[in-house]
Design a protein around this ligand. Sequence first.
Ligand code: B12
Length: 226
Amino acid sequence: MNEEVKELMNKLKECLVDLDKECVLNLVKKLLEKNVSAIEIVLGPLSEAMEEIGKLYEDGEYFIAELMEAAEIFKEAMKILEPLIKSESAKMRGRKKMRIVIGTVKGDIHDIGKTLVAVMLQAAGHEVIDLGVDVDSKTFIEAIEKYKPDIVAMSALLTTTARYMCEIIRDIEKAGLRDKVKIIVGGAATTKEFAEKIGADGWSANAIEAVKLVNKLSAEKDEAHE
Ligand code: B12
């Protein structure tokens, strides 16, 4: 990455932290003109800015209104970036097409990260059924029975709702469906260790790693059938 691009990326992060929509959209366009990948823009400065905004909220400098505004600006930027993210993700095809049921778990309405993961998985050639946000364990179980997915993907950004993931996995077990699906989890309130502890089959830190994880599970499934 050359110095000019690095500077523009830093400026983009700053503009989103400052909630300057016009500046964000202009810089996104400028970076694309410089042939920076859309995935790099979204997973780099835009995501880093959201994390920073979260910290400002924690410190009492920003309030819920600012979080909402940040989410709006992020979504506006996504309108420009999404078609390009799709074409870039299309180059990351897995061995076998997987069917994935995805949702943000009960009590949690954060949907930006989950939707980005869904968009990239779909563009990478997988079939994605998005259950939306605030999804309880009954809805996940009904979706497993209805769609017979290879993978259930759960997102949680709140510490409280991350805990609920454990309950969902237990309910899937109780329903006798655990060996029918792989379960992957993600979102800011989760870690690799947490995923292992609750008995999930995989975790990833961001959307590109989520595609790689699903592709790995896809290759494993393909090999098991050979
Ligand atoms: C924007 C935002 C909001 C917006 C959400 C808008 C929307 N439509 O999503 C609004 C204003 C609604 C909101 C509300 C609240 N928020 Co909020 N919010 C955020 C913020 C700033 C950014 C989240 C975001 O969009 N990030 C950008 C995306 C791209 O990143 P991501 O979500 O992490 O997703 C990536 C990865 O995690 C991964 N991934 C995500 N899901 C999955 C799933 C799978 C299967 C895999 C493999 C990977 C994966 O891939 C994604 C793409 O790379 C975060 C800060 C942070 N650090 O996350 C706080 C944050 C999550 N919010 C927080 C809080 C406290 C709240 C509220 C409780 C505030 C309140 N008092 O009302 C409410 C809760 C509402 C609810 N019931 O859900 C806290 C949570 C603290 C905690 N540990 O519990 C945070 C961390 C802020 C903070 N530092 O204090 N929030």
